[in-house]
Structure formats: structure tokens, C-alpha cells
Design a binder for this molecule. Structure first.
Ligand code: DSN
Length: 481
């Protein structure tokens, strides 16, 4: 389908760019160039997507000019009635889409949403004077000693989260992250043989460690998590179950993940981003039960800077889209496509962590190709395939070079590619990785950072990727020429 020069969407975006060009043409050019790149590259980053024109346009307006600290009915600024409208709409749609008792639409990102959740759980659980003292200082100013004192005041709070190399997120207690400083932290991993979560090992760790918060959720685990069992373990040890569903919120909204695999009925508190599989604007959100609602609503200004009302407007639009039946069909296609991609790789001899996928992502262990994740990521980019490197469990190359490539299907599924194309893309990835070798390091030996990709393979794959994408135009309703 050719782009439509006189569609409403074309006129809207072209007009906006004309206005921007009148002030700083280089910004207008960069915005146009970004659309061209997004159209031309085969995007397999598991945490990215393409938001609809309605979502994008909802962000470019005068809501950006409004301060609205506090929340509906308890603002620190006057004149917030229209912000109240969009914040209430975003929360209402979120409650309906996810079946949650309470929704808080203000977090600016997933990390912010997690911080709001941590402080909400702490403030629900610990004595208020301790919190008040903590609040008078910037967290960045706190020394290790201060943190130790804080932890003592908070009752030596403990967090149990999935380890980074097993697929957990930085904010689930990784030591260099603030979550690893706010809490005494311990992590759970996956079974070394199967790569799958071992609930009984987790239960044993929880019994011994007695955490305040158990964090479930991941950014690189390609299988389902049984949240009913996680809640059972949390209840047994008196912990709060927090689920970070940033990656799979779209699969929850689209009813791919139901029953034991739907976090919302099982968790005390759920955090998410809105821009990954949920396909909304870049932002975060918190869902919780009634007991935590009041604490969560204090997120701004306790943890967050002023809310972004233009982004909350876009969240409301995206969640309205996610409540439609077409979104359910989209979410199911994401998983069908991920399975087809995994099968396409496996049939050509690739090694996948856990041997496959049940969700939207696939984690390739590229050590079998004699590469680090960093080399594989760069080689794939040479051929027009955008991915990101990621640790694999017990990764010998650490979190910087890594031994894995994480790929996901939400974006290409939005574009309309299906299982047949996914199988072929599996072949393209395998061709690139097979055609790549580690380059020599400047001081001798093999580099972990540099690679050599056979130029013939690069050309062939880039051409085929481009031809494939030409059959699935991105934003066919938008012509900027
Ligand atoms: N950056 C996100 C991801 O790629 O998974 C997590 O923060």
C-alpha cells in the first residue's frame, strides 16, 4: 500500500514538521530521518514497538505546558481540570484493560514506576518517621553508611528478585542500581540445565531470606511465569508480591496471558511501561490493590518529578486501543510470530536459551557461533537488523560484552509480518551470525568487541530484509514528501 500524501495523518505530521522547520530545521530533519530509519530497518528489539499516529499526536500539544504535581483531587497547582480528565481516562482504561482495582498513570518510565512501587510498599510497611527523614535528602547524596542506616530504620528491608543474567531487570535489586542499595538484596535464578524458573528453589530462598518484596517479571526470560505460585510463596513468607510486567503488558492486555500467568489478580502491585508490547507512548504505570492505592498515588512528588500530562493523554489513547478486540488478535500474533522465529532459528542450528519461547522474545546464545553478544549485535546491524545484546544465564562474558542476542516480535507484528516471514528472518539472522568472525584485538588475541562480517552475506541479507519490509510498509497512511 503506497503512503497517502493527502491523508489526515500525512497532513498532520507534515504540518507539524513545517512548523518545527520554521524554528530549527535540523530537528525537523532528524524527526523525518528517524521515520525513514524505522521504516528501513528490521526492528527486532524486544522492548520496542511502533505507536499509532493517534498516540504520537496526543503527545504534541499544550498539555506539555502544565504542571500537575500531586494527583486528581490533591494537586499542588491550580488549573488542572483538563489534566484531571486525561489522567482519569488513562487510569480508567488501565483498570478496565487489566482488571485492576487501582491504576496510577503518572510514572515517566518503567524505572520510575518501580521506584514508586518500592516506596509505596515501604511506606505501607514501615514507620512513617523513618520515611520522612529519608525524604529530606536526595537519594544520590546518600553514602553506603547512610543507606545502611536507612535500611536499619526501615527494618533491614529485603528484596528478592530475578538475577540480571537469568533475565531479571536492573531495578529488581541489581547491586549497582538504586534498588540494590535501598534493599538488602538477593536474587533467584533459573535451573542451569533447563534455563527455566525453579519455583521450589525460589521458595527455599524466600523461606530462608524472608524478603519484604518478591519481584517477579523479566526483560529477557523467554518463558511464562506462574504468578499464582509466586503469590503463594510471597504469602508464605509475609512478602509483598510485586510484578514488573513492562515487557509483557501487551500480552496481558490482549488476554494471551490468563489464569496463573496473568499477574494482575495475583500480585499486590504491578508495574509496567506503556511503550513495549502495549504499544503506547514512552512511559510507565502502576496497578495495585486498594491497600496500596493511597501510597502509590503519593508517587509524585515523593519519587517522581511533575507528571507529563501530554504523555498521560497518549496513555489514555493507547489503552483505549488496547481495549479493542483487534488488540487481542495482535497480542496473539506476537506470540505466534515469536514461536515461528524461534523455530526458524532452531531448525538452522541456533542455540536458544530454554530451547524456545512462550512469549514475545527469544534469547539466542551466540557463543555457538564463536561470537560475543556485542559482536553479533554489530554484525546484525551491518545487515540492517536491529537487535540488542543481552546476558545469558551464568554468562562468561558479563553484562557488557555478553553471550546473547535478545530479539522480540512486537514491532514487526505491528508492521504486519507473519509466521512465514519470521521463519525467513530466522534464516537471515543465522546467515549473518554464521558469516561473522571475531576480529583480532589491537594487542593480539581475539577481540570481544570487534567483528568481521563477510560483505557478500551482509549485502545479501540487507537486500532481502529490505525487500521483506517493502511488503509491509510502516505507517502507510503517512507520506512526508
Ligand atoms: N530497556 C528495557 C529493555 O530493553 O528491556 C528495560 O529497561
Amino acid at each position: 500500500m503506497a503512503a497517502e500524501p493527502y491523508s489526515t495523518e500525512s497532513i498532520a505530521f507534515r504540518s507539524a514538521l513545517d512548523v518545527i522547520r520554521g524554528v530549527e530545521p535540523r530537528v525537523a530533519d532528524a524527526i523525518s530521518a528517524e521515520l525513514a530509519d524505522q521504516r528501513e530497518m528490521l526492528k527486532l528489539i524486544a522492548s520496542e514497538n511502533y505507536a499509532s499516529p493517534a498516540v504520537l499526536l496526543a503527545m504534541g500539544n499544550w498539555f506539555s505546558d502544565k504542571y500537575a504535581e500531586g494527583t486528581i483531587g490533591r494537586r499542588f497547582y491550580a488549573g488542572c481540570r483538563n489534566v484531571d480528565t486525561v489522567e482519569a481516562l488513562a487510569a480508567e482504561h488501565a483498570r478496565n484493560v487489566f482488571g485492576a482495582a487501582h491504576a496510577y498513570a503518572q510514572p515517566h518510565s518503567g524505572i520510575d514506576a518501580n521506584l514508586v512501587a518500592f516506596w509505596a510498599v515501604l511506606s505501607q510497611r514501615v514507620e512513617t518517621p523513618g520515611l520522612a527523614r529519608a525524604g529530606v535528602r536526595q537519594v544520590n547524596d546518600l553514602s553506603e553508611q547512610d543507606w545502611a542506616q536507612l535500611r536499619a530504620e526501615f527494618g533491614n528491608q529485603r528484596m528478592l528478585g530475578m538475577s540480571l543474567d537469568a533475565g531479571g531487570h536492573l531495578t529488581h535489586g541489581f547491586r549497582p542500581n538504586i534498588s540494590g542499595k535501598m534493599f538488602d538484596q538477593r536474587s533467584y535464578g533459573t535451573d542451569p540445565e533447563t534455563g527455566l524458573l525453579d519455583y521450589e528453589a525460589l521458595r527455599a530462598t524466600a523461606r530462608e531470606f524472608r524478603p519484604l518484596i518478591i519481584v517477579a517479571g523479566y526483560s529477557a526470560y523467554p518463558r511464562l511465569v506462574n504468578f499464582r505460585i509466586m503469590r503463594e510463596i510471597a504469602d508464605e513468607v509475609g512478602a509483598t508480591l510485586m510484578v514488573d510486567m513492562a515487557h509483557f503488558a501487551g500480552l496481558v492486555a490482549g488476554k494471551v496471558l490468563t489464569g496463573d500467568f496473568d499477574p494482575v489478580p495475583h500480585a499486590n502491585i504491578v508495574t509496567t511501561t506503556t511503550h513495549k508490547s502495549l504499544r503506547g507512548p514512552r512511559g510507565g504505570m502502576v496497578l495495585c490493590d486498594d491497600s496500596l492505592a493511597e501510597h502509590v498515588d503519593r508517587g509524585c512528588p515523593m519519587v517522581l518529578g511533575g507528571p507529563l500530562p501530554h504523555v498521560m493523554a497518549a496513555k489514555a489513547v493507547a489503552l483505549a486501543e488496547a481495549s479493542r478486540p483487534e488488540f487481542g488478535a495482535y497480542a496473539h500474533r506476537i506470540v505466534d510470530n515469536a514461536r515461528a522465529l524461534a523455530d526458524g532459528l532452531l531448525s538452522r542450528g541456533a542455540k536458544l536459551v530454554t530451547g524456545g519461547t512462550d512469549n514475545h522474545l527469544v534469547l539466542i546464545d551466540v557463543s555457538g557461533y564463536g561470537l560475543t553478544g556485542r559482536q553479533a549485535e554489530a554484525a546484525l546491524l551491518d545487515a540492517g537488523i536491529v537487535t540488542n545484546r543481552n546476558s545469558v544465564p551464568q554468562d562468561p562474558n558479563g553484562a557488557w560484552y555478553t553471550s546473547g542476542i535478545r530479539i522480540g516480535t512486537p514491532a514487526l507484528t505491528t508492521r504486519g509480518l507473519g509466521v512465514q516471514e519470521m521463519d525467513e528472518i530466522g534464516g537471515l539472522i543465522h546467515a549473518v551470525l554464521s558469516g561473522t568472525t571475531a576480529a583480532a584485538a589491537p594487542k593480539g588475541g581475539l577481540s570481544k568487541a570487534h567483528h568481521v562480517l563477510d560483505p557478500a552475506v551482509a549485502d545479501q541479507v540487507a537486500k532481502r530484509a529490505s525487500d521483506l519490509l517493502a511488503g509491509f510498509p510502516l505507517y502507510p497512511g503517512i507520506d512526508l514528501s
